[in-house]
Design a protein around this ligand. Sequence first.
Ligand code: GTP
Ligand code: MN
Ligand code: MN
Ligand code: MN
Ligand code: MN
Ligand code: MN
Length: 195
Amino acid sequence: MEGDRKVELSEALALGPGWRHACHALLYAPDPRKLFGRIPMRFAVLMQMRFDGRLGFPGGFVDAQDSCLEDGLNRELREELGDAVSAFRVERSDYQSSRIAARPRVVAHFYAKRLTLEQLQAVEARAPLAKDHGLEVLGLVRVPLYIMRDGEGGLPAFLENSFIGAAREQLLEALRDLKLLDPGTVAKLKIPDSK
Ligand code: GTP
Ligand code: MN
Ligand code: MN
Ligand code: MN
Ligand code: MN
Ligand code: MN
């Protein structure tokens, strides 16, 4: 988001009580299949269509009921994705980065968790039964990680969507840092190769 700035987790945790913390997670799994028998899917990466028509990651605000960031994150994942998330837990070791926006005093923490394809498919299958399905969450989508022959279809077209907050930057950062794209795609998208 315009005006967001990255901060260290320690700095984020030292922000005063006037700040709200939110945690979101990119869930992904290796996908060996090929689209049309020729385009490697590489990984299944989950995002969601939100109630506001924007794409974002599952997760949400950490509340007083949550004893730590990850408790809040895993509770939100359960509300938004349903009971298949109880097969795993997103931990501090899955933490990627934090960003603050001066207004409205929210610090957004980002995590990425590698699942098996079976675990990820179970999340997709159970998501329509989640508490917030059809309310806060209008549906899950997988992110296309390839570029079609026309140079636009696939990831470039996906990135033209409207994203909430820093979700687009979080997606690109994770695709780069977790090496989910092939080098050709990284070069065409001109994603910087270091932080
Ligand atoms: P409520 O149930 O209404 O409290 O929603 P929630 O707890 O699920 O919160 P939500 O997921 O909407 O996100 C909380 C805050 O983080 C809001 O300020 C959003 O604008 C922001 N946000 C939502 N999704 C993302 C995301 O994927 N990345 C980032 N960086 N921020 C997000
Ligand atoms: Mn077909
Ligand atoms: Mn929520
Ligand atoms: Mn949410
Ligand atoms: Mn919430
Ligand atoms: Mn809610």
